[in-house]
Design a protein around this ligand. Sequence first.
Ligand code: C2E
Ligand code: MG
Ligand code: MG
Ligand code: MG
Length: 283
Amino acid sequence: MANHREPEANGNKNLQANLVDHARLREALKNNEVWPAFQPLVDMHNGAIVGFEVLARWTDPELGIIGPNEFIPLAEATGLIGLLTREVISQACSAAESWPGVFMLSINISPIQFRDPGLLEDIRDTIHSTGFPISRVQIEITEGALLEDDEMVRATIQSFKALGIGLALDDFGTGFASLTQLHAFPFDKLKIDMSFVRTMEGDSCSRKIVTSVIGLGQSLGMAVVAEGVETEQQATMLRRLGCDVGQGWLFGKPLKAADTQRLLSVREHRPLVLRSRNTSPFQ
Ligand code: C2E
Ligand code: MG
Ligand code: MG
Ligand code: MG
């Protein structure tokens, strides 16, 4: 009997914990404790910033800055992911609207959001309300979103394209996207997961995977972005393999909006320095 009751007790406990978490996250969203950080996407041939990935952060008054791996699953589980996404897009696009230069903003969308029939309108309206050009927004989805390979996901993705929003396949190589899906979905970009970039120098298998992904992207007409580029050696190898755009600590960590604006303003007033062996324009 005692055993019999346990699942119910746990269930109630989980439900309570969930309600508390839901209330905390909702309050945090209301108080602007959740905010976007911006990480540069860089043309590895000339060092130009071509865009930023928008990465959510939560500053809790007691715990300090919490990373998205902690709270995105919570937002998904508590049904707050739609609100969180709108909040992040709204803050990111409003800030970036006045920054100098032409660059893309790349926004992460959770796979489960593709079950929400209002997703497209929500995102469109949120971007419109900021004045940031929708043609300079791109969404990043992981292969998980394609697992539910139904008509609704397909239609939503097509509609994003029709609005002029670009489409990137994130963490490519870690999920189970089929070649058929790669072909069927109108991706503009493939982002090579950083696990391959990190190991490609020492591990010939992961180097072959990186080489193949770059070739696949080129032959399907998709730009290829390398994630997690941390060293000059990695950047050199990627450039040699034909990868044009990189993202990672070598080029810049995620920054707050004010620091990102400062970075762009400094660059605007300083001509691009072409990369040479001993100088880095990314300091
Ligand atoms: P992601 O979309 O693959 O984002 C790249 C992650 O790699 C970011 O972690 C970034 O800070 C980290 N990164 C970038 N360069 C380097 C590097 O050189 N070395 C290392 N070690 N890490 C690097 P972050 O910000 O912790 O985000 C983790 C994940 O959380 C993201 O992975 C994305 O899947 C998710 N996420 C972040 N913001 C959002 C959001 O607004 N909505 C949704 N749905 N998911 C988000
Ligand atoms: Mg991403
Ligand atoms: Mg990624
Ligand atoms: Mg990831």
